[in-house]
Design a protein around this ligand. Structure first.
Ligand SMILES: [Zn+2]
Length: 240
């Protein structure tokens, strides 16, 4: 990389930092979740990456006969999602218009996630093994959707970019300008295997609780859900 490109990259970084570096992704809602965030990657780039990863995950699951095996369970999960989705407007006016997708993966894992842009996956084991009620499903759903509304993955990726050297940052940013191939390759692992920070988790808990309550679900399910999670952990099953 020439000195000029390094300089250009550095300037680009400081320009991004000045113009679009820090912002909040959501309105505060009743719970006041509007902390300022470092955001160096665009929502569009990350949503595109998420959509591609989600499509691949679905295709892989379908090939293994593990996608939406139980129509009644799928209906329950989709009903909860359809009640929560309109409530996202409290935090983000754009979110109800996202291309939401909700599916159930047949798996023993105690897991669920919502990728950037509203791509939701519930693992059947979470519902069957913990015998989740609709209210408890709503608590999980609200929490996972909150990660997407607050764009925690985008924030993490931005922090990773900012932490690199000037050359690394320049390469990443110049690479981004040439298309989303680099981002797409980072794919599944980056978005699903992300370990959110404790502050991200408590933010997601607060927003998730409000979303579920606004959708008409009983917020006390947050307590029973945690009791079930703790019991599962004690018996050696690790909830994500
Ligand atoms: Zn979480």
């Amino acid at each position: 990389m020439s000195t000029f490109r390094i300089l250009a990259a550095t300037l680009l970084v400081s320009w991004l930092g000045t113009l679009s570096g820090c912002a909040t992704t959501t309105e505060g809602g009743a719970v006041g979740a509007d902390r300022s965030q470092l955001l160096l990657v665009s929502s569009e780039q990350l949503n595109e990456m998420a959509a591609q990863s989600y499509a691949k995950l679905k295709a892989d699951a379908a090939r293994q006969g593990a996608l939406n095996r139980d129509p009644a369970m799928l209906q329950r999960v989709r009903t909860v999602a359809s009640r929560i989705e309109p409530q996202t407007a409290t935090f983000r006016p754009d979110a109800p218009r996202w291309n939401w997708e909700v599916n159930v993966l047949n798996s023993d894992q105690l897991n669920a996630f919502c990728m950037p842009g509203g791509k939701i996956m519930f693992y059947s084991g979470l519902i069957t093994q913990l015998r989740l009620t609709d209210d408890e499903i709503a608590m999980v759903m609200g929490h996972e959707i909150a990660h997407a509304l607050r764009e925690h993955s985008r924030e993490h990726m931005s922090q990773a970019i900012a932490a690199q050297t000037a050359i690394g940052v320049g390469a990443a940013l110049l690479g981004l300008g040439e298309g989303s191939a680099g981002l797409a390759n980072a794919g599944y692992e980056t978005l699903i295997a992300t370990r959110f920070s404790r502050s991200d988790e408590s933010e997601a808990d607060r927003i998730g609780l409000e979303l579920a309550a606004r959708a008409g679900y009983d917020p006390r399910a947050g307590v029973t859900l945690w009791q079930k999670m703790i019991a599962a952990k004690k018996s050696g099953r690790q909830p994500e």
